[in-house]
Design a protein around this ligand. Structure first.
Ligand code: SF4
Length: 479
């Protein structure tokens, strides 16, 4: 049966019902509603953590638990969550934790090459509609097959990168060498336990409190049997599954079917041995590379995109070129946005270029696409300006004006919070042409002069050229 959100009354009945407000909500019912809408965390109700409520806490936790287990991979500086999904299809609710992208490094690299690659992985960033799209994990492979060398490489990785790790080897001696360096400060993902090494890998995962991937390429029966043994008999909770990643005739179709089947069983049949994050290894394409490396890189990207769509919670890749990663991070952004809400950016004051006290002040909505277009148009025009982004709940300017979300009080809120009054000499606000009808409301609320700007932000540079002169400014201020 697909996951069904519990009724808030059902949750409310098990809460302490004191309306104490410690969770930040006015009462327990409000907290119950937020909890089922994924807007609150159960642990925010601190009274529920007390001894007398232990049973209720566990019951509520089980009611709101996702069908796919969520695993948190940690470094001292960062946490990356994988899994934790509730639905098979995005439109049924939303996908929770974006597919984590891991890039490989290996222990045969010389130190300088290794550090350079680590820096490239960590610093990869692409700004898209106000968000920074980044990579998530480092996958450390062992090509040396030497535990001492792996130990040394692990040390270099943790000294030069803050991302959480996947330790990759099927040799338990190698994995132990890496884990011993992490010394309990990380929660890595071990890749991987197989039918041949699962006992030793299970011991390591338990001893070092690590998550464990079970890999059984091309053999789902063995994968499920190992998942059953490792979770039920050995007692490992944080398990991830890799059914294998193949290309070529029949290979790709097996791969898609295997991932889909596992996720379908978890979501629609509640099959517990499939209810774990899925790990994809498009990197395996490099075991039989095309004679033209560009072709291999291209196919790795295509494979990664397919796996991200069907239903890998983390993927391990080798290519690190911008053109291979860009389609991936953008595709991930598209499928992991909440389909129930417009994509929004934070409200607040942004400095575009190097604005000073004489720079113009623009206003826009917090719909991510609008913000991105307006800030780009100001930038492309070579202007130094202030940009006030108001909280229109992710609505575009014209829609938010109609919905009464583009209002003077929200502009005033950002002016006050940002201390804008102390940053500019001329109290003039330039509003979008599409917000002309609320100019009076904004002027009244803020007591700043309001000028109606162009209908299209691409005209901002020519608009400023004409009107942002000392004479015009004086005219506006005295008008
Ligand atoms: S902290 Fe718990 S008991 Fe207090 S109001 Fe919130 S839900 Fe109710």
């Amino acid at each position: 049966m697909p996951w069904k959100a519990p009724n808030p009354i059902e949750i409310y009945k098990m809460l302490p019902k004191t309306n104490c407000g410690k969770c930040g909500e006015a009462n327990c019912m409000a907290f119950a509603v937020k909890l089922i809408n994924f807007e609150a965390d159960l642990d925010q109700c601190t009274p529920l953590l007390e001894e007398g409520y232990r049973e209720n806490y566990q019951k509520i936790k089980a009611l709101v638990a996702p069908p796919v287990r969520e695993i948190a991979l940690k470094s001292p500086q960062r946490t990356v969550k994988i899994g934790g999904e509730y639905v098979l299809y995005r439109h049924e609710l939303k996908y929770m934790n974006p597919t984590a992208i891991a890039i490989d490094v290996d222990d045969s690299m010389d130190k300088d090459t290794l550090i350079k690659r680590l820096k490239t992985i960590e610093n990869f960033s692409y700004e898209y509609v106000g968000r920074k799209l980044k990579l998530d994990l480092v996958a450390l492979r062992s090509t040396s097959k030497d535990p001492k060398q792996y130990m040394k490489a692990t040390q270099t990785v943790i000294e030069n990168c803050t991302l959480p790790l996947i330790l990759c080897s099927q040799d338990p001696r190698i994995i132990e060498a890496g884990l011993s360096v992490l010394n309990g400060r990380y929660k890595p993902l071990i890749y991987a336990a197989t039918k041949d090494n699962w006992r030793e890998m299970a011991d390591l995962a338990k001893t070092y409190n690590s998550a464990l991937t079970i890999a059984s390429p091309g053999d789902l029966d063995t994968l499920i049997s190992l998942a059953k043994t490792l979770t039920e008999d050995v007692g490992i909770e944080d398990v991830a599954l890799d059914p294998g990643c193949f290309t070529g005739i029949g290979g790709l179709s097996y791969t898609i079917k295997a991932y889909t089947q596992l996720r379908y069983k978890a979501m629609n049949e509640g099959y517990k041995y499939a209810s774990y994050p899925l790990i994809g290894t498009p990197i395996s394409i490099w075991t039989k590379p095309h004679e033209d490396p560009i072709q291999t890189m291209m196919w790795e990207t295509i494979l990664s995109t397919i796996m991200m769509t069907r239903y890998a919670d983390a993927i391990i890749m080798h290519s690190l070129e911008g053109w291979t990663l860009l389609p991936l991070v953008m595709w991930r952004f598209q499928i992991y946005t909440d389909p129930r809400k417009p994509v929004a950016v934070e409200k607040g004051l942004r400095a575009i270029g190097n604005p000073d006290e004489n720079s113009p002040v623009f206003i826009t909505s917090n719909y991510a696409l609008t913000y991105s277009i307006v800030s780009n148009d100001i930038q492309k025009g070579g202007l130094n300006a202030w940009l006030i982004v108001i909280d229109t709940e992710g609505l575009a300017v014209d829609v938010s004006v109609a919905a009464k979300k583009f209002i003077g009080d929200k502009v005033l809120e950002v002016i006050k919070e940002s201390g804008l009054e102390g940053k500019v000499k001329n109290k003039i606000l330039i509003i979008p042409g599409k917000a002309a009808r609320v100019s009076g409301d904004i002027e009244e609320a803020t007591k700043w002069k309001v000028v109606v700007g162009p209908m299209d932000s691409s005209e901002i540079p020519s608009f400023i050229k004409k009107m942002w002169t000392p004479e015009k400014i004086k005219e506006i201020l005295e008008g």
